[in-house]
Design a protein around this ligand. Sequence first.
Ligand SMILES: *[C@@H]1O[C@H](CO)[C@@H](O)[C@H](O)[C@H]1NC(C)=O
Length: 366
Amino acid sequence: MSPPPPQHLFFSFLLLLVALVLQLSSYTSATQEQAQVQTTLSTTEYINPKLPPRNIITPSKKFEGSSNLVNLRYHMGPVLSSAPIKIYLVWYGHWSNSQKLLIKDFLLSISTPPPPPSKHKPNSKPTSTVSQWWRTVSLYTDQTGANVSSTLLVAGEYADTAYSHGKQLTRLSIQQVIATAVKSAPFPVDHKNGIYLVLTADDVAVQDFCRAVCGFHYFTFPSMVGYTLPYAWIGNSAKQCPEVCAYPFAVPGYMGGGGPGALKSPNGDVGVDGMISVIGHELAELSTNPLVNAWYAGEDPTAPTEIGDLCEGTYGTGGGGGYIGQVMSDRQGKTFNMIGRSGRRFMVQWIWSPVLKACFGPNALD
Ligand SMILES: *[C@@H]1O[C@H](CO)[C@@H](O)[C@H](O)[C@H]1NC(C)=O
């Protein structure tokens, strides 16, 4: 192998600087947070990168936002309506602290209220935030009329740094990972408000990962874990298939030369920045279809099309029909479509709105 060219070193140095700045910014106070959001917005421009959506995985689930093809129905089961939704995180394998902070910042941004409207422009559109994005998910109700909870907290974390079930997991062994985690105090079985997220490091292979899925959600079996617990798995694709699961921060080879190329990820970590959209997708579906008997389209409950599937690959206005849509870009060219706590930026796919009967997100231009 040849040594990296000097530009590469310079770029690494830049990334390091950015990482440092981000690290510092996560310690700023609430007032600074407001100021930061304002600064972020004033240096923001809208771009339409004309990138096609990622549809490598689910071409059959491509609806391109057309409502007459979509028959999303409620099947009488529960939604996650008790507030707050308590998330239990299982970090499987090696995760750095900055990666964990980035993912937790996204999760905690769901319940972070948006900044107040600017004094100068009191009638301006609300800022595009993660909590605004979640509002679409909160529009879903159960048969008693209870909405999906608008608040969510990280209630516990468990680090399986020893890869206790190996580096090749199946759908079933992910339930064993959860079983191992809930056996260790103080990481509880919370069968009232709890949901479990298993996040696998970039060196863990998971059944169907990259080929058919980037993440999935289901519920645990009492025979494996002792209870029926809604859970989701999402993998870090950085070393395995970023062009599939961290799209559009990595693009397939055939799109490289002459094409629009990959977009710059908002936090300089292609794998984790890409994962965040998948986490958003799975959380939205887990909340509206936790036992796979509530909100989905299609007649086949073993292959339901859910509220995230319907909008996969759409990140902004004009998305679908071949494009990811209009997103934002900062001075350094990093792309994002919403802001979270501490001024953090994220790029997260849109969600199907039951009111608009279309894909919707907080950065919608109309
Ligand atoms: C609850 O859902 C209904 C139906 O979608 C919606 O009209 C209402 O605004 C939602 N309430 C909240 C608090 O999100």
